[in-house]
Design a protein around this ligand. Structure first.
Ligand SMILES: Nc1ncnc2c1ncn2[C@@H]1O[C@H](COP(=O)(O)OP(=O)(O)OP(=O)(O)O)[C@@H](O)[C@H]1O
Ligand SMILES: [Mg+2]
Length: 425
């Protein structure tokens, strides 16, 4: 069974290649695409071909727009995009070598293998995007996106609530400004960079707003992402299990209610207009683990709805983007979404309200950010744990007020049998 699936994929991937090999490569990408369509037998029931309607240049590449034969299932192409990509990259991998590359070459007997290596590293792979809006659109980009972008100090904007979340193909920095689009949903299949971006956001907020940011960190993956921040002075709550997370959310909601009334009763729209500097972030890594806790889910929806005015911003992260995990009311109140690679178009639709994330390049950190009409394909910067440690070092407290567990009420009463506990009556 597995062998069969693998061999089918391999055969399909070779389809574009073998056709071009036997018939010779076309001169342009549109010729090649047409040949790949024919070879992969992407055509109407009576052999009608997929017809090119127009080709247009956009900044960074070309877009080819096709009319599909009536009744043709577009998923055949969308789900097997790699056939197109493989075919387009056959014998056509251009590369640029400049002077600085040549100056490192050593003219000895290894020169041939040095040149081969240089060509290998410089080869440009054509990347494509396939979409459908009544017409089939194939975008072919001139430049591949970098596979990794190292985090650097210059990405920071001191004193702002704007956080760098990615770099586009053109090299533009995409930022999520929490004072504009208050909350954020982060989703993606396992291992594609959700926790890394959450750590980057937390580190950036601590660094840019050390005196005004408050963090409630809920890490339901056992603390692997947020443990490093638990002794930071900006951390208010820290929870690693759904039970204490519920307690944390209740406390946060109480505080949010006070802040909400303070702002709204004075006639302001939000904290920004009221001139209040403090912001409180509630960050949940793996929100799916709360979906069986209706009280927690209710509070999350309430924070998404009213938190924007009160300065309580939610970052809701999940590996399981389903309607049950991201309730529609929560989603409606969170317009900004960051979606890394997902398995299916359905998952992409749950997060972004459109397909696309299932077709992203299979790389950690490659994602789509959507906030209202804005939509960017991006590569998120990668921040290492070592970099994080050195940035947050000045804010680590030696004796955190709650011993660092951040779970004052419920944990203390349950576990510390011999402590004297004074509770407010
Ligand atoms: N922006 C990035 N650029 C390059 N590599 C990355 C990036 N983000 C993550 N990675 C790599 O992918 C690995 C997994 O990332 P991460 O832990 O964030 O995945 P995740 O989406 O949180 O997965 P899970 O759902 O299992 O928790 C990282 O350890 C790192 O090696
Ligand atoms: Mg994770």
């Amino acid at each position: 069974m597995i062998f069969e699936a693998v061999s089918t994929i391999a055969a399909a991937g070779l389809a574009g290649y073998s056709y071009l090999k036997s018939k010779g490569t076309g001169t342009s990408d549109s010729d090649k695409i047409q040949k790949i369509f024919a070879n992969a037998e992407w055509q109407g029931k009576k052999g009608e071909s997929i017809r090119l309607q127009r080709k247009q240049k956009f900044e960074g590449g070309y877009e080819y727009v096709y009319q599909l034969p009536l009744g043709f299932d577009r998923k055949k192409i969308e789900e097997k995009k790699y056939i197109l990509e493989d075919g387009l990259n056959v014998r056509n991998q251009s590369f640029e070598i400049n002077f600085s590359d040549l100056k490192d070459l050593k003219f000895n007997k290894t020169i041939v293998s040095q040149l081969k290596n240089l060509i290998k590293t410089k080869r440009k792979k054509k990347e494509i995007e396939v979409s459908f809006d009544g017409m089939l659109k194939i975008k072919i980009y001139d430049e591949p996106m970098p596979n990794i972008i190292e985090w650097r100090e210059s990405l920071l904007i001191p004193n702002s609530w704007s956080v760098p979340i990615g770099i586009t193909r053109k090299g533009d920095i995409v930022r999520h400004d929490f004072d504009n689009s208050k909350h954020l949903i982060v989703a993606g299949a396992t291992g594609y960079g959700k926790s890394v971006i959450l750590k980057l956001i937390v580190t950036t907020l601590i660094r840019q707003q050390p005196e005004t940011v408050t963090l409630s960190l809920i890490d339901l993956k056992g603390g692997s992402a947020f443990h490093r921040f638990k002794d930071c002075k900006q951390r208010k709550h820290y929870s690693r299990d759904p039970e204490t997370a519920e307690q944390v959310l209740k406390e946060v909601q109480n505080k949010m209610n006070h802040s909400f009334l303070k702002v709204v009763d004075k006639g302001y729209e939000d904290v920004k207009e009221a001139g209040i500097k403090e912001r409180h972030f509630i960050i949940i890594d793996e929100a799916a683990d709360l979906s069986d806790f209706p009280e927690s889910m209710k509070i999350i929806t309430d924070i998404a709805r009213r938190g924007r005015s009160a300065g309580y911003y939610l970052i809701f992260c999940t590996q399981y983007p389903t309607a049950q995990v991201i309730p529609s009311q929560t989603k409606r109140n969170i317009i900004a979404r960051l979606c890394y690679v997902v398995d299916t178009e359905t998952a992409s639709r749950v997060v972004l309200d459109e397909g696309g994330a299932e077709q992203l390049h299979d790389l950690p950190g490659r994602g789509i950010y959507k906030a209202g009409p804005k939509r960017y394909t991006l590569q998120s910067p990668f921040i290492s744990n070592k970099q994080i440690a050195s940035i947050i070092a000045p804010y680590i407290m030696e004796n955190p007020k709650d011993g660092g567990d951040g779970q004052k009420s419920s944990e203390t009463t349950k576990n510390r049998k011999h402590s004297l506990i004074l509770e407010e009556v």
